[in-house]
Design a protein around this ligand. Structure first.
Ligand code: NAD
Length: 475
């Protein structure tokens, strides 16, 4: 069984308390690895190491930090197959998704922010009151906390800009999927990454996450996860006046108009609801469909959903795997029962699959209005609802009938309408005639219950630095 120890001060470290947690294979429901069950003592050691490493790391020339990130990316690129296999087994995600999308994206994150380190510039303001220029200094030791749904993808999305900007990091991956962060730490040791610059502490949120976010030496917290935990972290950080970035849940609408190329785009529309078994914060879980095509759309969509190849995630033909854990399986099954109780019609799925592991059939529901709990609360599983609309204004009202505001996709050939809706929908990310098209320079994040702040490109580099204005009188 693979063991996942902490990685502190450049080396693997056993948990101070000697406790370990099981890590499960979602396709069988059986444990296949163990992870350190850290506590405040491990956090203390990691923050101390990061504090000692900060002066040297932050004073390196930007090019030197960029080279380290590039070397880590090179080492990862040389092991894509291994990382993809491990990610697939750990999270139950189809291996092709891990190999073709997620691990390459982790490499891209490291390379993108390596470049950012060398391109990052600050502003000057001349003329109004002398000459002002802005210095942007790294913050110090920062904490990153990431979830299980895109383990290495989101882990690197946070550590890369933090390190590029000159900070040292204590990273806490999800205890549910700790494998690839552990392997990345092993790669860092192998290439001689400076000790203490990147530390990984494993364990449960209350045992490791909370001591980390409350440590007085932590200057900023970058968190991706559930809205409930995000609020808890914000509550701890607020009285400490600590900088936080919160990427939280979503309940994203997919607006399909009759004039769109929806028949040609069915594969993308199905992916947008069911990729990674719906366990992506950007998945469109509420389909809003113009009434004139409603029946035809539902029939075609459901047929395509039923054709998804469900199977063992490590089989390259598998398109749809299990949910990540027993706890998440139970949550999704409870949401399905609640949907039935509030009057949902099940167009397909609606049940667990009769096989080992945590498989829930891809499910499409309708006959639920915007007030239904199923349409308001994040399920984060393979459950999509469909609602009809008669007009653009009704579509907009339905799209905005949620407290979340992460992303939306709009499907229409009418450009005016697309741009009107893009401006009217309350969300941080809107796609027109596409889904999950990502340019790493763009601001990434949500509004309302979906979070606070933005990641990506300059937004991330700014989050991980402190601006200092310098004003000079010009006489
Ligand atoms: P989670 O909130 O349960 O856990 C996320 C991380 O926080 C884990 O590492 C966990 O150990 C840690 N944690 C838990 N309790 C903590 C505490 N009290 N203090 C500090 N840390 C704590 O979320 P999850 O179930 O792992 O992930 C699923 C959620 O993440 C969904 O709601 C999904 O929408 C969201 N998500 C959002 C984005 C985005 O970019 N907005 C991306 C991916 C996932």
């Amino acid at each position: 069984m693979k063991r996942c120890p902490h990685f502190i001060d450049g080396a693997a470290r056993e948990p101070a308390g000697g406790r370990w947690l099981d890590v499960f294979d979602p396709a069988s429901g059986r444990p296949f690895a163990t992870v350190a069950a850290g506590d405040a003592r491990d956090v203390e050691a990691a923050v101390a190491a990061a504090t000692s490493a900060f002066p040297a790391w932050s004073s390196l020339p930007n090019e030197a930090r960029a080279r380290w990130l590039d070397r880590l990316a090179d080492a990862l690129e040389a092991r894509v197959d291994l990382f993809a296999e491990v990610e697939s087994r750990d999270g139950g995600k189809p291996i092709r998704l891990a190999r073709d999308v997620e691990i390459p994206r982790a490499i891209a994150n490291l390379r993108f922010f390596a470049h950012a380190a060398t391109q990052f510039a600050s502003e000057s303001h001349h003329g109004q009151a002398g000459l002002n220029y802005t210095l942007r200094a790294p913050l110090g030791v920062v904490a990153t906390i990431s979830p299980w749904n895109l383990p290495l993808y989101l882990f690197t999305w946070k550590i890369a800009p933090a390190l590029a900007a000159g900070n040292t990091v204590v990273a806490k991956p999800s205890e549910v999927t700790p494998l690839t962060a552990t392997l990345l730490a092993e790669l860092a040791a192998e290439i001689g990454f400076p000790a203490g610059v990147l530390n990984v502490v494993h364990g449960l949120g209350p045992d490791v996450g909370e001591p980390l976010v409350s440590d007085p030496r932590i200057k900023a917290i970058s968190f991706t996860g559930s809205t409930a935990v995000g609020k808890r972290i914000a509550g701890i950080a607020a009285p400490l006046l600590r900088k936080v970035s919160l990427e939280l849940g979503g309940k994203n609408p997919t607006l399909v108009f009759a004039d769109s190329d929806w028949e040609d785009q069915l594969d993308t529309l199905v992916r947008s609801a069911f990729q990674n078994s719906g366990q992506i914060c950007l998945c469109g879980s509420r389909l809003l469909v113009e009434r004139s095509i409603y029946t035809a759309f539902c029939d075609a969509f459901v047929a395509r959903v039923q054709a998804l190849r469900i199977g063992d995630p490590v089989d390259p033909d598998t398109q749809f795997g299990p949910l990540v854990s027993q706890a998440h399986f139970d949550k999704v099954m409870a949401a399905l029962a609640a949907a039935r109780d509030e009057g949902a019609r099940v167009l397909c799925g609606g049940t667990a699959l009769d096989r080992p592991g945590w498989f829930v059939a891809p499910t499409v529901l309708d006959r639920l209005g915007p007030d239904a709990v199923t349409n308001r609360e994040e399920i984060f599983g393979p459950v999509a609802t469909v609602q009809p609309f008669d007009s653009e204004s009704e579509a907009l009202a339905l799209a905005n009938a949620t407290d979340y505001g992460l992303s939306a996709s709009i499907w229409t050939r009418d450009l005016d309408r697309a741009h009107r809706l893009a401006a009217g929908i309350r969300a941080g990310i809107v796609w027109i005639n596409t889904w999950l098209m990502r340019d790493l320079r763009t601001p990434f994040g949500g509004v309302g219950q979906s979070g606070l702040g933005r990641e990506g490109g300059l937004e991330a580099m700014r989050f991980f630095t402190e601006p200092r204005n310098v004003g000079i009188a010009l006489r």
